[in-house]
Design a protein around this ligand. Sequence first.
Ligand SMILES: Cc1cc2nc3c(=O)[nH]c(=O)nc-3n(C[C@H](O)[C@H](O)[C@H](O)COP(=O)(O)OP(=O)(O)OC[C@H]3O[C@@H](n4cnc5c(N)ncnc54)[C@H](O)[C@@H]3O)c2cc1C
Length: 353
Amino acid sequence: MILIAEARARARAPETLITQFRDHMAEHGLQVSGPASDSRIHYPGVTALLRLRGGEIDLRIEASSPDMLADAKNSVSGHLDAFAPGEALGIVWTGDGAITNPDARPHNFRAARVVGTRDVTPRMRRVTVRGEGLERFDAEHQHIKILIPEGSGEPVWPRVSPSGVALFDDCSLTRRTYTVRRLDLAAGELDIDFVLHGDASPGSRFALQAQPGDWLGLMGPGGGGIKAQGWTLVAGDETALPAIGRFLESMAPDACGLALIEVADAAEEQDLAHPPGFAIRWLHRDGAAYGAKLLAAVRAAEWESDAVSAWAACEHATAQAIREHWTQEDRLPRGRFRAVGYWRHGAGEAEEH
Ligand SMILES: Cc1cc2nc3c(=O)[nH]c(=O)nc-3n(C[C@H](O)[C@H](O)[C@H](O)COP(=O)(O)OP(=O)(O)OC[C@H]3O[C@@H](n4cnc5c(N)ncnc54)[C@H](O)[C@@H]3O)c2cc1C
């Protein structure tokens, strides 16, 4: 079954806009073909076509499922909007999945309520939420946006616009990025492990104050997880522990590699199920600067000769330094390693995912 949606975008510089869009998609590994005036962007299950027509862009998406169609509409409209700031592109999708109800929720939104909390370690709190339709988070992609309602009363959740993009106009919601640590579809429950770093920031405060019955919005899931091929080096701080935990649990029994994990102190170590050939080395910050011990350990790591992939997630500056180190070391081809900033010291949430 192929689902089709079509729309038109009015832009001041349509050809430049298409070029920016297709270059961005190519950078993210999507298959791009055709000239800018007749561009075709392809990834499994979706083809997006952007055609110059007069001063406008004809848009067409062909997708193999309603979810993929809705994801693609959101992605095409959201990226075109971002590359044309201050412009009203006037995108309204017609055809399959057209939004006709102004109160419709984004397809990737779910409302959930807290059912319980437990401290995994002194600085890591597991919050369990329950909701309907959580099976959409049972995916290879593990990252979600949590929508934290501010203030008391019933939250106002986002709506979806006819362009397929989520609208947060009337909502008092703070958005943060977290990882699905565990999903229990039979119980309709999902666990998120929050690093506790005080009550001044919304994510940490939510976990500190969470009570059964509290609302939490969930959107996603999104990509960027660990992709291992052969001997793998994994490095992260406590914000990456949920992703690393899931990764290690899901590995084949003969998988091998090394995980370097920096945490505040010895009390923050967790029991992680892992294949016997995968070593875990805990690094205790013990008052040192965030990321200093992780970076030193990554630089000193002895790679197995058949090392073929590496992944890191931690504070932004450390992630950048690790990326530079792996690039200079020239041991792995581009595309086989990835170092991602999960948070920024002294600032709000890191933007790269
Ligand atoms: C893909 C992805 C997955 C993530 N998964 C998880 C996860 O599963 N669990 C998790 O806990 N975090 C996770 N993070 C990190 C999390 O999004 C950030 O730590 C986020 O900043 C927390 O939001 P906040 O409202 O608590 O703090 P913000 O309001 O964003 O920041 C306020 C202040 O707190 C500081 N701060 C933020 N995070 C930390 C920290 N960890 N330690 C010390 N100071 C901090 C900031 O530097 C800033 O000064 C993930 C991030 C990404 C990008």
